[in-house]
Design a protein around this ligand. Sequence first.
Ligand code: FMN
Length: 350
Amino acid sequence: MSAPVDSNLFQRLGLKHPLIVAPMAGGPSSVELVAAASSAGALGAMGGAYSNAAAIEAFAVQVRQRTDKPFSINLFIPHSIPEVASDRVDRAVEATARYRQELELPSPQLEAPYEEDFDAQFEAVLGLRPACFSFVFGLLPAEHVRAAKKAGIPLIGTATTLDEARALEESGVDAVTLQGFEAGGHRGIFDARAADPEIGLRDLLAQCVGTIRVPLIAAGGIMTAGGIRAALQAGAQAVQMGTAFLACAEAGTSAPYRRKLLETPERRTRTTRAFSGRFARGIENRFMDEMDGKPEGILPFPAQNKFTRDMRGASTAKGSPDFLSLWSGTGRGELWQGSAAALIDRLFAE
Ligand SMILES: Cc1cc2nc3c(=O)[nH]c(=O)nc-3n(C[C@H](O)[C@H](O)[C@H](O)COP(=O)(O)O)c2cc1C
C-alpha cells in the first residue's frame, strides 16, 4: 500500500479534530455554524453554491469577525446545459400548477442563467484565500487548479466512485471527499444525467484506500463517535458530517425543516431529482412523492433548482415541510440541538 502523499493536510490546517462540518448550501451552513465549528477545532465550511461573489465575500468577512481559525469555502462545478426547450418548461409548469395555486404563487417565468456565475464566485474565493476550497459535481478546470495552487489554497474534490476519485487525484487535488450513498443532500456524481452508482461509504472507502494516494475524507451517514472511529480505522484521514449538525443551535436550518428532522429519530429518506434535477437525499415528503411519479415534469439540473425555488420559499414562509427539500442522510438517532461546540466535544470526548 502506498503512503498518502500529504498525510498531514489536516495537521497543516491546525485542526484539533479530523472533522469537517459539511458545507450545506441553502441555509444550514450559517456564519454562526461555520465559525462555531472552526472555533471548536473542526473545519467549518461555507456552502457558497447559491451565493454570488459579493455574498461569499460578506459571509467570509463575518466568519472572520467571529474566529481566526481556518475554514473552507465550497462551490458547485458548473456544467453547461442548453437553454431548456419551451415544451419541457410547459410540462414542468403543468406538473406543478396545483402546488403553486396552493402556495398562492404566480405562474413561473424560467430564464437562463439557472445558477450563479462560477468564475465570479471562484475569483471571490481566490481573493479570500480560505484555508481550503472544496467542490462537488466534477473536476475543477485546470486553469482554476493552477490559480488555486498559486494562491496557496488546498483543494478538496468530491467523489462517489473510485473512477471519480482517480480523476480528481489526477487533476491535482490535495484531498478527496468520498461521499457514500448514505449522505444527505446532493449526490456528488459528476454526470448529472447518469444513474446513481449507489455505493455505500464502507465499500467506497475499501475501493479507494491504498489506490488513491491523497488523503481521503469519509462522508455519509456518520453520526457518532463510533461512526467516526470506524471511518478512520477504514483508512479515512478525516470525516465530513452534515446531517448530525442540522439541528444544532447555530445552524441556519429553517423552522419547518428543523421540525421534520426532529419529528422522528428514524427520518425516512431517499434520493430524488424532484427538487433540483440532480439526485439528492432527503426526508420523504409530499413534493418528492408526487413529483417522482411524473419525471417528465422535472427539468434538468440546475434549471429545476431555479424552477422550484419559489415553491420552496413559499413553503418555508407558510411553515410547511410539504414543498421543501429536507436534505438528510440515512443516519439515525435524535439530532443534537445544543451548540456545535458541545456536539464536537461529545464526538471526540475519548
Ligand atoms: C442540508 C445539506 C446541504 C448540503 N449541501 C452541500 C453543499 O453545498 N456542498 C457539498 O459539497 N455538499 C453538500 N452536502 C453534502 C455534504 O457535504 C455531505 O456529503 C453529507 O452531509 C454527508 O452525509 P451526512 O449528511 O449523512 O453526514 C449537503 C448536505 C446536507 C445535509
